[in-house]
Design a binder for this molecule. Structure first.
Ligand code: SF4
Length: 485
């Protein structure tokens, strides 16, 4: 959860990964790939390269462009294979020690790993390892993977990785780099995305296809849930070493996290978001004059809504794209000015209009409250809020930073109470079946849901060992230290 000084309360994906094998200027290519994945994490980034003899590691706070575009940094990352990671840190998230990729010299050789997702039994496993003498230098669940690889009794390196990952629950789409291979793995449920690409003969692994587009690389295919690919001089070997499960990809990637120009699991994200808007208009259309998105994430759904409802689509709110987290810490006097750092109303468009305001989700409701107030102050006659997802009622434990359940507005209020809280004339959310229809499913299969939708339904697809029973103490410690991967 992002708590900027001015109270942004959107959800945040925590990580993007990218790797390329056997390509001149590998680190520069990874830098470009991570730049395209910047929406998946803006607080820190890292790259590990291998030059045929040794590994090189650079990990820095800030955006990719802050550091990795500097020639001096890229010169410290020589080699023809490299992996990288961009990260959103949880509040107080442990600083540089939690920045990925993690790298360690193991008895089997150097190994770096970059991970998108969150291991739901990482702390429980970590405690076990610590009791046996392991020393951890971070609070990241990703370091647990390295320790398990290091301590695996398996003989072959790939088997050590399989052995390690078999002990873990939760979400992991990861990229690993050894002296001879680049490895890509997705957990058996395939909760987070991971794709295989190719650029002039060099294989690429990336969180999303937009990271292939930026360098003109070809999309080859999605890495399948439960698949491990081992990329070496000999080619690409694929295996399915884990017990098969029915996949449950994160449906929120379509609503909000993935970039609209990405194709995820065969579906174009922009198309899905427009279809979400269509479903929303069908389910909860209302008499109005204009449809206005909360930019940027509400834009495609608002386009779909406007088309379906036969209403004009208008940019009634303008977003300032240059708001950084490093913006001045507000003094009380600045706070009282009601500073509109991120959004401003386009008064001429809104004045006297009945407005349908489309946003992707409501988390704590504080941002929605401010935006509605702004639209009203700009002269809107009525404000009808339409949300392009079902109410967010439960926390995510799979790599998305959400506040604890009690802080989610929908976990403690009815829709009517929420409407009153954010001061709208009407409020409606997309139904869960409407969301499934938008992704080409007839409805949600209650017995065997086709996606992870736990933040809407509370139906978690894995055990939450660190959250339950004996693991709960570990989670309390995690929340103090920060550090999901
Ligand atoms: S809980 Fe929500 S955000 Fe998290 S993986 Fe599941 S659907 Fe995605």
């Amino acid at each position: 959860m992002d708590e900027t000084p001015f109270g942004d309360d959107t959800l945040h994906e925590e990580c993007g990964v990218f790797g390329i094998f056997k390509r001149t200027d590998a680190a520069a290519v990874v830098t470009l790939g991570l730049h395209a994945l910047q929406h998946r994490g803006q607080e820190a980034a890292g790259i590990v390269s291998f030059d045929g003899t040794q590994f090189h590691v650079e990990r820095h706070a800030g955006l990719i462009g802050d550091t990795f575009t500097k020639q001096s940094v890229l010169e410290r990352l020589p080699g023809e294979s490299a992996i990288g990671h961009t990260r959103y840190a949880t509040t107080g998230g442990g600083g540089l020690r939690n920045v990925q990729p993690f790298f360690a010299e193991l008895s089997a050789g150097g190994f770096a790993v970059a991970h998108n997702g969150n291991i739901t039994n990482a702390l429980t496993v970590q405690r076990e390892l610590q009791r046996r003498g392991s020393i951890f230098s971070s609070t990241s669940d990703t370091e647990t993977i390295l320790h398990l690889v290091a301590t695996s009794a398996a003989r072959l390196f790939n088997d050590k990785v399989i052995d390690a990952l078999s002990r873990l629950e939760g979400a992991f789409s990861l990229v690993g780099l050894s002296s001879t291979t680049m490895i890509g793995v997705r957990d058996p449920l395939g909760i987070r995305p991971l794709v295989l690409g190719e650029f002039e003969g060099s294989p690429i692994l990336a969180s999303e296809t937009c990271a292939l587009d930026i360098i003109g690389a070809e999309f080859v295919r999605d890495i399948a849930p439960g698949e491990m690919v081992i990329i070496s001089q000999d080619g690409i070997e694929s295996m399915f070493p884990f017990q098969a499960r029915r996949p449950r990809f994160c449906i929120f990637e379509y609503v909000y996290f993935a970039r609209p120009d990405s194709t995820v699991e065969g579906r174009n994200v922009y198309d899905i978001r427009k279809r979400i808007g269509v479903e929303l208009a069908r389910e909860s259309g209302t008499p109005a004059d204009i449809v206005v998105p909360v930019p940027d994430s509400g834009v495609p759904a608002a386009i779909g809504y406007a088309q379906e409802a036969g209403l004009p689509f208008e940019l009634g709110i303008i977003r300032n794209h240059y708001v950084g987290r490093t913006f001045i810490q507000p003094t009380d006097s600045i706070r009282h000015m009601g500073v509109k750092l991120k959004h401003n109303a386009n008064r001429r468009t809104l004045e006297g209009k009945r407005v349908v305001l489309v946003d992707d989700s409501i988390v704590r409701g504080t941002t929605s409250q401010k935006i509605v107030q702004m639209v009203r102050e700009a002269g809107a006659a009525e404000v009808h809020m339409r949300i392009a997802s079902p109410p967010t009622r439960a926390s995510c434990f799979y790599g998305v930073d959400t506040p604890e359940k009690a802080k989610l507005l929908a976990s403690r209020m009815t829709v009517e109470e929420m409407a009153e809280f954010i001061q709208v004339d009407s409020l409606a959310f997309l139904s869960i079946d409407g969301l499934y229809r938008a992704v080409d499913e007839p409805s949600r299969n209650k017995m065997m849901p086709q996606f992870c939708d736990a933040c809407f339904t509370g139906d978690y697809p894995t055990s939450l060992t660190d959250q339950d029973g004996a693991g709960a103490d570990n989670v309390r410690q995690l929340s103090l230290l920060g550090g999901a991967g």
